[in-house]
Structure formats: structure tokens, C-alpha cells
Design a protein around this ligand. Structure first.
Ligand code: GLA
Length: 680
């Protein structure tokens, strides 16, 4: 077993010398020769690139054989970048151990749920708990930091890459041992584990630690509390890989910030709210899903969630794409102007930069058909021209760096609940998580409302900063979350809660009494029976709204019935209820809604809570977000529609350098960033 590294969260160097707004991308010079490197620097300067992530997958370049290090190429590239005035986000190469590693440490290769050991030849093929991996990672990181830690071009450290992307969970013996150690730290003794996991059920009582295994392939369904703890352990184990590397770096260069790139919104297995507390700078990757017509709205959720994990502070868009990716079934190219819209949407929502995967398009390997800043065709391409244009645009809006995003609405996102809700053996497989939160967020987006995304651990004081708090789907709910929501409502807040919420505690044990145990008092109702719908089945309400997936037999107590079901298994029972709590207002929906109904529900709640878009004229595809600084505010308007947008606004538009007096006109597909003369 390796020694688990401990957190030293006291020290947070934050952004330090990282250029803001940052502009650049992943730079993989090991795929190219010296002539190309020189050309790269020339082009980077031409586009205004100020930060590159160097060497994410460079392990076999700098350590071609175990303990034989060759930094000659990287030395040269570091000096070329430095001479070109380009800062370096230096990556540890630990996302992709070289073939010599897998040959020497076959025991470190990932084992899947069936017990099958996976082969070498891709990336992230290692088990995060493998001692051999931890040891060799430490060696290469130590070498890197000793060599480049003091170099003035290195302004940020980037640990691994999208931790857990392909190796979130492993089922090898080292994992089993690490899992047992984690359980001991979380629960103390075996009796506590037995209690937490409810092992009285199906005769699962453990009498020795050695009997405990990761939840693998079994004939029937696996203990849900055991699964939930395994997911917690997996998230912590990946974070521990990060911490171990970060501590090595900090020992040498405590003032240089350290980060890793999140996949907020798309990746399920890391509790990024928890992880973010260990980052000096929170960074995120986001890619549009070609098959999703609302992918620009999904972008907004990813950005809002990233900002939420950063506690509202500026964060860094580490990767997105200039055009198509290559890993979806059909990879659509971005159309002219789309990359600029995407970049500025991220910046509007708190990113202090726009970086890409990757700088130069590979000519071989898995990602050769993935777009990049420098396409195969070089400078004479639409993409390159737009990259140069983007560099200029970022220069013009640079003054927004360091400012934060002002929101009146918050939506709760909770990773533990995500894991617990989507486990099997539930009343309906239709009660999924991320897509439901996305639907609520999308309804706000269409209303022109930008929201913060807050964790379920947000306290009443944090919640009190919002006029409206939305809890779309919170099956797992701790006593402290229900207490915070109650205090928020009692303090005058408006709250909307979706169905199948407040049911189990953090061990996935049902809260006692009538459902929903954690929210019964606050909502002023109880649920007598769940009445899930069949696939594709819908249910109508007497106010014209339509539900899907789910309904319930709700018994109102102190809550008033606003609408009832008129069809389906819950016909005649309440569907929407509200309860006044002091000055506050709590609403409960006993079904999941289609997009139109959800928008109707939330637009009513927004109006009652007096929440408005950042500028009059926002909404229906006109994205409006306000960044607020100490002495100024900036209104970002992204026009996603095919028609001209007209908004109420006065100030100075930075992209075109024009004064705006009263009305801002944004042509179809274009963006405006206005330094406002009047504080909102
Ligand atoms: C992820 C990875 C990159 C690259 C891109 C491609 O974000 O971090 O290395 O593979 O996907 O979209």
C-alpha cells in the first residue's frame, strides 16, 4: 500500500502569474520537429496566445525508459516559448504511462467489473490505487518540478488530465485494499460499516475486513450503500492522486498555482465541489454534443457548475474545441462565429480565459480528426482566421478578468445524490439526475436567467443570497441540507422542489415516517404512494401542464393545492402544491415536466420572486449575463438566434468599440460585451 497523502488545504496561491484572460491550448510538441516548433511560436504570437498547456501526454518523451530521462526536447521548447513571451501551464504527464511502465507493472493495469485486466495501448489505463503507478508518477513529477519549477515561464501546474476519464473505478486487489482502508477512515469499525450498509438485509453481515470487496459482478443486485461508498471512495482516490502530485510540486514551488481540468456537467464520478477545495485555480473542459440542438445551453450549465465548484470565483476554461471533435458518432463542425460565441459564453459565466484542445492538429493517432487551433491546412483556413479573430476579441474584453457573475437564482447540484439516485432497484429507471437538472437549467436559460449552481451542502447563509432556489431532484438528503432549505424559506426565500426528493439519508437509508422524511415538515404535505408512469406515458394537470416519468399520491397538510392531476394513475391527486413559510414560499411538484410545462412553472416562480434577466430584452435565445467587478459591471449578450436582438443598455461596447445609449443591437449570431455606465 502506498501512504495516503494528506491535504494541506491551508495554502492557496490562486492565479499568481497566470495571464488573464488566458488564451491558448494544449501544446504537444513531442508530435512534431524543431522546425514546426519555431513555426508554432510565430503563429502563437500572431494569434495572441499567452498560455499553453505543455506536455500533457509527454511521459514517454521525457522518460523513454524507466529512470532514463531526456529533457533535451522539452528544454528547447520551454526556452522557445519563454523567448516568445508565452507562459506555460506545465502538465504532469501522468495521464498516460508509457509502455515500459505497463510492462514492468502489469498489476497496475485497470481491472474491469468482470475481473478482466485491460490492455495497454490507449491512455489512463492504470488503476489509481496501484502502488507502482503512484511511485513512478512521483518520480517523473519530481524530475519535472526540479527541472522547470523555478523557470519564470512556468506559471501554472496541470496535474494529469481529466482525472478518472477512463479509469474512474477499478476492481483489482489493490483497489479492494484501498477501499477497506477508506471504509475504516470513514466509518471506524466493521460494526459501523454493517450498520451503514444495512447488512442485516440478505444476510450480508461482515465479520472480517477481508470479506469486503468492491461491488463487482454478482448474480443479483448489489447492496446500494456499498455501491454508494465505493463511488465516494473512487472520487476520493482520484483526488488523492492529485494531492500526492500537488504536494511534490508545492514542496519545490509553493507559490505556483496547481490545477487539474474538470469535466463539469458531463462527468459523473468526481465530486467536483469537494475537489475544487483542493485547486488553486478551478479549470474545466467542455465540448459540444453534436446531436444536441441545445448544446450551447449545456455549455452554460457546465460553465455555471464550474463557477459553483469554485465558490463563485473566476475559473479557467482549459479546453474546448475550435470546431468538431472526433469522438462522437457524427462530429459536426462549428459554423462561422460559433467558436467566438462559445468562448465568450464561458467568459461571461466566469471563465478568465478560453483555451483549447489542442494547439496544432495531430497528423496521426486517435485525435487526428479532432479540430485544433492550427488545422492540418495551416494558416489559410477558416478556423485559423477565426482563432486570430478570437485572440483579438479576448484582448478587447480583457478588463473583465477577476470580476464575478451576479445571479439571483440558484440551482442545487449534488454528486452523492447523482450516484444514489441513479442506482438500480428504484421505483423507476426514468428518475435520472443530470438530464433533469439540465432541463430545469435550460428552462431558466430560455427565460434569460443566469443562475448559480450550488452544492447540497450550501448553508442557509449562502442560500439567503438568492431570491429563488431550485431543487430539481434531491433523492438523498442529509439533515443539514433540509435544515438549510428550511432556514432559507423561513428567512423569506422562494424554493421549488421536484419529486422523489428528501427520501433517504447519506447511507441511502429511508428517512423514517411518511415520505418525504427530510422535507415533510417544510413542504407541509406527505406522499402516500409513488405512482411511476410507463415509458413514454404522460399525465395531464388541470392547469394545462403535462407531466412525464413520475407522479405520486400526495396528501396535503398545511400546503395548498395549486393544480391536480386529471389523467394517469394519480388522477384526482394534487400535482403542484405551495406553502407559505413566514415571508418565504415553498412549492412542490409531484411530477417531472416536459420542457414547455417546466418553463411555465419556473417562469411563474421567477415572476413571484421578482427575478429578471440581466437586461431587458434577454431570453428566448438571447443570452444575457452580467459580470460584476469592484468598480464596473459588464453585460455580455450572446445572440443565438437568427434575428437581431435589441436590449436595454447603456455603456461602451468593447468588441466593436462603440458607445451604446439606451438600446444595444446585436446582429444574429453575434456577441456584445458592454461596460455599463450605470450600475444595475
Ligand atoms: C479531452 C482531453 C483531451 C482531448 C479532448 C478531445 O478533453 O482532455 O486530451 O482528448 O478530450 O476532445
Amino acid at each position: 500500500m502506498t501512504t495516503r497523502s494528506s491535504s494541506s488545504s491551508v495554502h492557496r496561491p490562486e492565479w499568481g502569474r497566470v495571464p488573464r484572460l488566458a488564451f491558448g491550448g494544449d501544446y504537444n510538441p513531442d508530435q512534431w520537429n524543431r522546425e514546426v516548433w519555431k513555426e508554432d511560436i510565430r503563429l502563437m504570437r500572431q494569434a495572441g496566445v499567452n498560455l499553453v498547456t505543455l506536455g500533457v501526454f509527454s511521459w514517454s518523451w521525457i522518460e523513454p525508459e524507466q529512470d532514463r530521462f531526456d529533457f533535451s526536447g522539452m528544454d528547447e521548447v520551454v526556452e522557445l516559448l519563454h523567448a516568445g513571451g508565452i507562459s506555460i501551464d506545465l502538465a504532469t504527464p501522468t495521464a498516460s504511462p508509457p509502455p515500459w511502465f505497463s510492462e514492468a507493472h502489469p498489476e497496475a493495469l485497470l481491472v474491469d467489473r468482470t475481473g478482466r485486466r485491460l490492455g495497454h495501448g490507449s491512455r489512463q489505463g492504470f488503476c489509481p490505487s496501484a502502488a507502482g503507478y503512484r511511485e513512478r508518477s512521483a518520480v517523473v513529477v519530481e524530475q519535472l518540478v526540479r527541472r522547470y519549477g523555478d523557470h519564470s515561464a512556468v506559471v501554472l501546474w496541470h496535474i494529469g488530465n481529466e482525472l478518472g476519464g477512463y479509469n474512474a473505478h477499478c476492481w483489482c486487489d489493490a483497489t479492494a485494499e484501498a477501499f477497506r482502508g477508506w471504509l475504516q477512515r470513514r466509518h471506524g469499525g466493521l460494526d459501523e460499516v454493517n450498520r451503514a450498509w444495512g447488512t442485516a438485509f440478505w444476510s450480508q453481515r461482515y465479520s472480517a475486513w477481508s470479506q469486503i470487496q468492491p461491488p463487482g459482478l454478482t448474480p443479483g443486485r448489489v447492496n446500494p450503500a456499498q455501491q454508494l461508498d465505493f463511488y465516494r471512495f473512487g472520487s476520493d482516490e482520484l483526488l488523492d492522486c492529485y494531492r500526492a502530485e500537488r504536494e511534490l510540486i508545492r514542496r519545490h514551488v509553493p507559490a505556483t498555482p496547481v490545477t487539474t481540468n474538470f469535466m463539469a456537467g458531463t462527468y459523473k464520478w468526481a465530486d467536483y465541489f469537494h475537489w475544487a477545495t483542493e485547486m488553486d485555480v478551478v479549470a474545466n473542459d467542455h465540448y459540444l454534443v453534436a446531436a444536441d440542438p441545445d448544446s450551447h445551453v449545456d455549455l452554460a450549465l457546465s460553465a455555471d457548475l464550474t463557477r459553483g465548484t469554485a465558490g463563485g470565483a473566476p475559473w479557467l476554461l482549459m479546453e474546448h474545441s475550435t470546431s468538431a471533435v472526433q469522438w462522437q458518432p457524427r462530429n459536426k463542425a462549428k459554423r462561422p462565429g460559433e467558436m467566438l460565441r462559445n468562448s465568450l459564453s464561458h467568459i461571461a459565466r466566469g471563465s478568465d480565459g478560453a483555451c483549447f484542445f489542442q494547439w496544432r492538429q495531430s497528423d496521426s493517432g486517435v485525435e487526428k480528426w479532432h479540430s485544433s487551433m492550427v488545422p492540418h491546412g495551416g494558416e489559410d483556413t477558416r478556423i485559423w482566421r477565426e482563432v486570430v479573430q478570437l485572440g483579438g476579441a479576448l484582448e478587447r474584453v480583457r478588463e473583465v478578468a477577476g470580476s464575478t457573475v451576479a445571479c439571483e437564482v440558484a440551482i442545487v447540484w449534488d454528486y452523492e445524490n447523482y450516484w444514489a439516485l441513479e442506482m438500480d432497484a428504484h421505483p423507476s429507471v426514468g428518475m435520472t439526475y443530470a438530464d433533469e437538472v439540465r432541463a430545469w437549467h435550460r428552462a431558466l436559460w430560455r427565460e434569460g436567467i443566469t443562475c448559480d449552481v450550488v452544492p447540497a451542502t450550501a448553508d442557509a447563509r449562502t442560500l439567503a443570497g438568492y431570491r429563488l432556489v431550485l431543487v430539481p431532484s434531491q433523492y438523498l438528503m442529509s439533515g443539514s441540507t433540509s435544515a438549510a432549505l428550511t432556514a432559507y424559506a423561513e428567512g423569506g426565500g422562494h424554493l421549488v422542489v421536484g419529486p422523489f426528493s428528501g427520501l433517504v439519508d447519506t447511507d441511502d437509508r429511508v428517512h423514517p415516517g411518511h415520505y418525504p422524511g427530510a422535507l415533510r415538515e417544510l413542504l407541509g404535505l406527505h406522499i402516500d404512494e409513488f405512482l411511476p408512469l410507463g415509458e413514454g406515458e404522460t399525465t395531464e394537470l388541470d392547469n394545462g401542464l403535462a407531466g412525464r416519468v413520475w407522479c405520486e399520491n400526495v396528501v396535503p397538510g398545511t400546503a395548498a393545492v395549486e393544480a391536480s392531476f386529471v389523467s394517469g394513475p394519480a388522477a384526482g391527486f394534487p400535482a403542484l402544491l405551495r406553502r407559505r413559510v413566514g415571508e418565504g414560499l415553498v412549492r412542490y411538484a409531484a411530477t417531472r415536466f416536459d420542457d414547455t410545462s417546466l418553463r411555465a412553472l419556473l417562469s411563474g416562480a421567477l415572476a413571484e420572486a421578482a427575478c429578471t434577466p440581466a437586461a431587458r430584452g434577454g431570453g428566448d435565445g438571447i443570452e444575457t449575463v452580467r459580470r460584476q467587478g469592484a468598480d464596473a459591471s459588464w453585460l455580455f449578450v450572446v445572440n443565438h438566434t437568427g434575428s437581431e436582438a435589441r436590449l436595454e443598455c447603456t455603456g461602451f461596447e468593447l468588441l466593436n468599440g462603440v458607445h451604446v445609449t439606451g438600446t444595444l443591437v446585436v446582429p444574429p449570431g453575434e456577441v456584445a460585451v458592454v461596460r455599463e455606465s450605470r450600475q444595475p
